[in-house]
Design a protein around this ligand. Structure first.
Ligand code: PLP
Length: 423
């Protein structure tokens, strides 16, 4: 029996012993095609020589330097690179070790921004029911995943939640896409007014919903509307791009395609592409300026923030994406994969929807295509799919159960950007 607290305490997963390109090999010699990049992490595939070389160089030079004493060239350069590629006005970067930590940091930065402006009354985050923002207490509280929250509910802050932008399920036949979008924005505005606009810190959302929805992109104009509401009521728009960011959707940030700039963006997963645990929070210059001219510091910090080897890996990932034109490749291969999925599964009786952006694609499974009736949760379809896929040497990322009070099953595909058409 393993001494590790694995995700399942009843089963020990296979031991991964080697990995290269888009293949992972276990100790029994079985190869798995990594069609999900783990959980949308491995954007450059496994064993990328440039990233490994950059990490080795940094390890030889300086493997660790605590940020209370030092900064490093790699961390500075990474921040500069991210800012140069970020939406308008983003000017500051806080480097952390993962997605939950990035979201936790984003929430605290947003709160401190208002506190330093003398506005201590603000304590409310509004989020969406269909969302995942991480497993630490703050991130879990804003997330919409009820079954994850339930055992910890007494420890969590109260978060008003609004409907996700999930046209496949929620748009009525009698509604145009614009009418549906307008109704969602009305609901958000009502939630802001109900919470009290002077109490709200910000609205938190994934530009493309990942794990809880299977790659659900917003309707056109939705985030422009969100931005306008946040501006009208003086609240922050916090974009969680932990899964959909860093090129995964074919632009460095998914929200670029919606034509708006958030106040704060959290990224992780594809930032280190799995080579190192690393995440980042990017913020509008004005937010950090207020702290700079106020208390002079962000009241936060973990031991491994700005880790030099993690920064070196992330910087190398950024360089490879730019040098090899991988954003264009994601757009092109994403379109190919979506078309292929449509050809193979488009008419399948249990496939309700095939959707996504770039190489973040989802297949929604339904009992009945016409009524969109989901499968019964007792069938644990997602677990069966994962098991069957692994048995056939394929990694996909199925999710199911009850999310946003509703049943649903989907399979998320997020292959490395280097995937070929034949793979
Ligand atoms: N936010 C989103 C959108 C995610 O998809 C995830 C992880 O799946 C997280 C936050 C949490 O990231 P991590 O698992 O690195 O803590």
């Amino acid at each position: 029996m393993s001494h590790i607290i694995h995700r399942s305490l009843r089963q020990t997963p296979p031991h991964a012993v080697s990995a290269s390109g888009i293949t992972v090999v276990d100790s029994a010699g079985r190869a798995y095609l990594d069609a999900s990049g783990g959980a949308a992490v491995s954007s450059l595939g496994h064993g990328h020589p440039d990233v490994l070389a950059a990490m080795h160089r940094q390890i030889d030079r300086c493997a660790y330097a605590h940020t209370a004493f030092f900064t490093t060239d790699v961390a500075e350069e990474l921040a500069e690179t991210l800012v140069a590629r970020a939406p308008a006005g983003i000017d500051a970067v806080y480097l952390v070790s993962g997605g939950s930590e990035a979201m936790e940091t984003a929430l605290k930065l947003a709160r401190q921004y208002f506190v330093e402006g003398g506005d201590e009354r603000r304590s409310v985050f509004i989020a969406r029911r269909q969302s995942y923002h991480g497993n630490t207490l703050g991130a879990l509280a804003v997330g919409g995943n009820e079954w994850r929250r339930k055992p910890f509910a007494p420890l969590l802050m109260q978060v008003p939640r609004v409907a996700p932008c999930y046209a496949y399920r929620d748009r009525r036949d009698s509604q145009s896409v614009d009418e549906y979008t307008a109704a969602l924005l009305d609901e958000l505005e009502t939630a802001i007014i109900k919470a009290g606009p002077d109490k709200v810190i910000g609205f938190v959302a994934e530009p493309v919903v990942g794990a809880t929805g299977g790659a659900i992109p917003p309707t056109p104009g939705y985030f422009k509307g969100v931005r306008a509401l946040c501006d009208r009521y003086g609240i922050l728009f916090i974009a969680d791009e932990v899964m959909c960011g860093m090129g995964r959707t074919g632009t460095m940030f998914a929200i670029e395609q919606d034509g708006v700039a958030p106040d704060i963006v959290a990224v992780a997963k594809g930032l280190g592409a799995g080579y190192q645990p690393v995440g980042a929070v990017l913020a509008q210059g004005a937010i950090v300026e207020r702290l700079r001219h106020g208390s002079g510091s962000f009241l936060h910090g973990h031991t491994c923030i700005g880790h030099p080897v993690a920064a070196a890996a992330a910087l190398a990932v950024q360089r490879v994406i730019a040098r090899d034109g991988l954003l264009a490749q994601v757009q092109q291969r994403g379109a190919t994969l979506k078309r292929m999925l449509g050809n193979v599964f488009g008419k399948h009786e249990h496939v309700g929807d095939i959707r996504g952006r770039g190489l973040l694609l989802g297949i929604e499974l339904v009992q009945d295509r016409a009524t969109k009736e989901p499968f019964a949760p007792e069938r644990k379809l997602h677990a069966a799919i994962k098991q069957e896929a692994m048995a056939r040497g394929l990694m996909v990322y199925p999710m199911g159960g009850t999310i946003d009070g509703r049943r649903g099953d989907h399979v998320l595909l997020a292959p490395p950007f280097i995937v070929t058409a034949s793979e």
